[in-house]
Design a binder for this molecule. Structure first.
Ligand SMILES: [Zn+2]
Length: 202
């Protein structure tokens, strides 16, 4: 057991916030789906659900683990409509889902704007332009590999979460004008995050 020891005993994991360096690192591939990975996934799902603002996705770097693992639940109370994307139709009934080494292999040229938020950037929201739909290639926790087109909220959430694996945050993708408006909030978060840094990096 390596990283699990560091995460403490509580099933709820602490979510790293803006300013903590782990959110800016490029995460490493998961080499083997073992008990440690399964436990991490389970605790990430619990953390995602029990957060004050219920999350629809969480990436391992957000709980301080630099691995390419994402948990996701974009299913609503209703099943996806028949005209939803193949990914929503296939995956939403199976949520919550854990994605291991997910990647985007294609993206639509059509884009849309959506007001995004992030558990690691509390109380900040902003408009982000992204492709409407993306092709997701990923392994699932049972080892199955799928490649499928995902639109709607799922397609949006996947892009946000996979960005986390490369150290990219949604605020990086906001327009410079919009970013200026939240600069003060980001500075405050950065100041608060300093107490979680080891002494040398404060
Ligand atoms: Zn996020």
């Amino acid at each position: 057991m390596g990283f699990l020891n560091r995460l403490g005993r509580s099933r709820l994991l602490r979510i790293c916030t803006y300013g903590e360096p782990v959110l800016r690192d490029k995460a490493s591939p998961v080499r083997e789906i073992n008990d440690e990975i399964r436990e991490l996934a389970e605790r990430m799902i619990t953390t995602m659900y029990e957060n004050e603002t219920r999350g629809i996705g969480l990436a391992a770097p957000q709980v301080g683990v630099g691995l390419r693992l994402v948990t996701i639940d974009t299913s609503g109370d209703e099943p996806p409509p028949p005209d939803a994307s193949p990914g929503e139709l296939l995956l939403e009934p199976r949520m919550p889902l854990t994605l291991v080494n997910p990647e985007i292999t294609a993206a639509s040229s059509a884009t849309s704007v959506f007001n995004e938020g992030c558990l690691s950037i509390p109380e900040v929201a902003g408009d982000v332009v992204r492709p409407v739909s993306v092709r997701l290639k990923t392994q699932l926790l049972d080892g199955e590999t799928i490649e499928i087109d995902c639109g709607g909220l799922l397609g949006r959430c996947l892009q946000h979460e996979i960005d986390h694996l490369d150290g990219i945050l949604f605020v990086d993708r906001m327009t410079p004008e919009d970013r200026t408006e939240i600069a003060g909030e980001l500075r405050d978060l950065e100041r608060k995050a300093k107490k979680h840094l080891p002494r040398g990096r404060r």
